[in-house]
Design a protein around this ligand. Structure first.
Ligand SMILES: *Cc1c(COP(=O)(O)O)cnc(C)c1O
Length: 525
């Protein structure tokens, strides 16, 4: 672990004192351990004691060793302090492009915690799960209305799992026509999960180069669409944040050759309420509820990647499907053509609930959220395009992609700018993605941000552009205002420290202390 720059300037004693303060570097919980400390005390047994080894056998002998021994308040303070180190959407703007870190209204959390919903068990019989089944049913209806499609599954729990599900639906459908075909076409402006999903679904990826406007070249595209092609998988708007202008014609070309159109709808927050993929020829698509429909997904938290399809794909949807008969809901497993389950139970129900609360709160006004997201991205673009290079000059949708071409002349790259942004109090934007833009700065403010917050972000970015010219060193060595300075990311990936060995470390610390040095923490792999 690198030390905060400020720390390395101090003498060891000052560091030791500084470390005691709660706002300074929090040590490891193992460092607080003292033999015999307890979090809680159980009353003396009032039943006969038993030998755990007799009932648990081997397990009883594998007790946890070297566990930190700390008091309750030490545990609470330790984790509370650590939690204050996190950057969070509740603290400030999170302009990660491609991630859509929008704010999740508190009322959605309230709804997800309602006792009758939060305490339901997924194995309860349908008769006593009517409310939950209705949530699934109603959310499907909303998503079908928004996407212009005919049927849906809410089972997949991530965008990537939605992709795989959608591709398996395509495969089953084509198989039922006699030939699953071999290839799936993917433009180079697609999200990275797309080719991965295609390979897992047993198809070969054929890459299509975008033209200089970030669009599919129609004449060129026609040549690619042969009888071997199962589908085109297109991210729209693409990872360049631009809309595919010829999408309807592309759908026609595919359909004429018996191929299908898959749309990666993770960027649906640029389209919802304005246009519907079902209306411009899309056959199957997924949505990221943890992007477009609130529930930010920091820390790898739960998500949902529903798939909506046209009628022709409906028989193949995963089981179970929620069926409504005369106002009663039931899970239908009797679907002989189904691709089977893709997830236990009905997916990440809590995320579905939040999405329903979010969608119902907006209703048709979801269009306003979309327009605000697009407006914010274009507002930021307008106020930065004189200082940052804009490689694809098309109207931006929900995000804007610059490159570091101008800053690189001063030896400053996108990663340096992103790190410096931390000093200005912002989470970094997405760096070096999409791959077709060398040195990309991918910025997505979302509709959650006010003009004031966008202005602060713009100020920070303009200030960093000026620093890159006058004082590139300060950018290249950023961040400076954080507890930990710039980390060695290669070492972190190549030599991750996965295990803590307190005994050895405590010995090492004692030895260091006897030499009057700051204790080295964290060797071992
Ligand atoms: C985020 C994203 C995905 C993948 O979604 P996960 O939930 O992370 O699996 C796919 N495509 C696009 C365009 C995305 O932005």
């Amino acid at each position: 672990m690198n030390e905060n720059d400020a720390f390395t300037e101090m003498d060891p004693l000052t560091i030791k004192k500084a470390r005691r303060h709660i706002s300074q570097n929090e040590g490891l919980i193992f460092e607080k351990s003292l033999p015999g400390k307890r979090g809680m005390e159980l009353p003396p047994l009032d039943v006969p004691s038993i030998d755990p080894a007799k009932t648990l056998g081997e397990f009883a002998r594998h007790g946890i060793t070297d566990f930190p021994e700390v008091s309750e308040i030490e545990v609470i303070r330790h984790f509370t302090r650590l939690s204050t180190w996190n950057y969070a959407i509740d603290l400030g703007m999170y302009p990660l492009g491609s991630c859509t870190m929008k704010y999740n209204p508190r009322v959605n959390e309230f709804v997800a915690r309602l006792e009758g919903l939060a305490t339901e068990h997924p194995l309860q019989p349908d008769e006593v799960s009517q409310g939950c089944l209705r949530v699934i049913h109603d959310l499907q209806k909303c998503l079908l209305e928004i996407t212009g499609m005919d049927a849906a599954t809410l089972e997949p729990v991530a965008g990537a799992q939605g992709e795989l599900t959608g591709l398996l639906l395509i495969r089953s459908y084509l198989e039922s026509k006699g030939n699953p075909r071999e290839k799936v076409l993917i433009p180079d402006s697609a999200h990275g999960t797309n080719p991965a999903s295609v390979v897992i679904a047993g198809y070969e990826v054929q890459n299509i180069k975008s033209n200089e406007r970030g669009q599919i070249d129609i004449a060129h595209f026609r040549e690619f669409v042969t009888d071997e092609v199962a589908a085109l998988m297109i991210t729209n708007p693409s990872t360049l944040g631009v809309y595919e202008e010829n999408i309807a014609e592309i759908a026609e070309i595919l359909h004429a050759r018996g191929a299908l159109l898959y749309m990666d709808g993770a960027n649906m927050n640029a389209l919802a309420g304005v246009t519907r993929p079902g209306d411009f020829g899309v056959d199957v698509m997924h949505l990221n509820l943890h992007k477009t429909f609130s529930t930010p997904h920091g820390g790898g938290g739960p998500g949902a990647g529903p798939v909506t399809v046209k009628k022709i794909l409906e028989p193949f949807l995963p089981v179970p499907v929620v069926k409504e008969t005369n106002g009663r809901f039931a899970l239908d497993y009797d679907r002989p053509k189904s691709i089977g389950r893709v997830r236990a139970y009905c997916g990440n129900f809590g995320v579905l609930l939040r999405a329903l609360a979010y969608t119902l709160a907006y209703g048709p006004r979801i269009r306003q959220a979309t327009e605000d997201a697009v407006l914010n991205a274009n507002y930021i673009r307008k106020h930065l395009e004189d200082l940052y290079d804009l490689p694809y000059n098309l109207p931006s949708m929900h995000e804007v992609v610059f490159s570091d071409a101008r800053q690189r002349k001063h030896g400053v790259n996108t990663m340096d700018i992103a790190k410096r942004l931390i000093d200005y109090g912002f989470h970094p934007y997405t760096t070096a993605f999409p791959l077709i833009v060398p040195g990309a700065l991918m910025i997505e403010p979302t509709e959650s941000e006010s003009k004031e917050e966008c202005d602060l972000f713009i100020d920070a970015m303009r200030s960093i552009a000026a620093e890159a010219e006058t004082n590139p060193e300060i950018v290249k060595t950023a961040p400076h205002a954080t507890r930990v300075g710039r980390l060695d990311e290669v070492a972190a990936a190549r030599k991750p420290i996965l295990r803590w060995r307190p005994r050895q470390n405590q010995d090492a610390q004692k030895a260091a202390a006897s030499r009057g040095e700051q204790a080295p923490v964290v060797p071992t792999a």
